[in-house]
Ligand binder design. Sequence first.
Ligand code: SAM
Length: 469
Amino acid sequence: MSVDGLDDNGIGTGLDARGRRWTIRGAIPGSRVLAGGKPGGGVLLDVVEAPTDAIPAPCPQFGTCGGCLYQPMPRAEQQAQKLARLTTLLAPLSAPNGGILGTPDDGYGYRNRMELSFGVDRYLTRTDQLREKAGETVDRAGRYLGLHGPGRFDRIVDVPTCAIASPAINAVLEQVRADVLASPFPAYAPRLHEGFWRHLGLREGADGVLVLVYTTTGGDAEREWLAEHAPNWGAATVLWYTTESVADAAVGDLRAVLVGEPTLRVALGGVPLTLSPLAFFQVNPHGAELLLDAIRAALGSGDLLLDLYCGVGALGLALHQDFQRIAGIDQVAEGIAEANQNAAALGVRADYRAGRAELVLPALLHDHNLLGGARSGRLAVLVDPPRSGLHPDALRPLLTLDADVLVYVACRPSSLARDGALLLAAGWTCTGWTAVDLFPHTAHVEVVARFERRPATLAAESPCPPSAP
Ligand SMILES: C[S@@+](CC[C@H](N)C(=O)[O-])C[C@H]1O[C@@H](n2cnc3c(N)ncnc32)[C@H](O)[C@@H]1O
């Protein structure tokens, strides 16, 4: 069938001969494809005809690991598609402020963070399966390090390098791979719950690459091997975590700091920040500067910045010179501790609180005299929620809040469309939004939307979203 567009999640869509609309992961507009499965979740079997401007994907794992599906689309076309999709989705809020912001490079090598898994079974592509059926020997069991095959918890797509990871991360990955895959210890087999190597995390900061190695407990031989080999990986820091959990997640207890210091130093908008190894930070550091510029332009300056869903406070602290005070909320207590430490190091007057925004926000508003119209000075609100968007109980106080501006940063634009509609109904007006191409070669896109109170609209008339159960 012909792929004629992208759905709200950036997945290719097209009509079949019976008039049924399919969504097909990995299919790009302008192509003719062969798809299997069901219309609601089609599987791309073959590209019969690529669009004339299609470019060969540079990543050897393209089509297998399940990520970076836009690689065959020229970058300008990727951005045009994202902007067109957003313009339709967000039309009830407002028109865009302009084009889509993106770094001027080819969009590869941007990620400062990767998480990989070890395994004993290789993910077989359709071609592998056909070769095996034809009697050829296919590499399928051994020791692998990469990403889970689409929909498989037990099969690994081997990833020697990742086209969107930074050169520094790929260099360390190459060292770790060579060393670990040649070690005397087996990779973890999830079906049997045995083996040693489980996950590998890589993060790049100002001092170089920080490596997180996750294993099962192991014994003296494993400990000695790691202590001997980790210093050879070219990493600034190597941390070793162990777990016996059956859950397939890169989690564990810190067993040893094998190399360097257990902190990550980063910078945003020229502001230095110190993070713990597991803390959230934007994965595209150059794109994050564009995001910050868009947020800064939308927020303006003022007396108080409310930074909701603040993580380690990176966005608010990067803007601290524009505000007298910052108050923030995040559910991760460690992140809040780091936000407070970073604020103190920068000499910022800050009140960061740990907890769920839907529970903590009323008290924060009360303590800063933001209820009942008694406030003085300009109040700006920044919300940067997870993909699910604002919890109804976090949105409710914002509907009636007498703030000068509210800036909503959305990693899932459909959540912004839903929450934005409620803000509009409550008397806010959307003065525009800006798209930031923070995740080139993928369907993802970040949006910064700006809301102002419509003059002479009474908060008391605001409809409330339904209460959470
Ligand atoms: C997209 S991240 C934004 C982080 C931060 N603004 C930044 O750019 O570094 C979303 C944040 O929301 C937090 N979060 C998720 N659900 C939450 C909730 N119900 N209440 C408070 N924080 C929450 C997560 O811990 C995470 O730090």
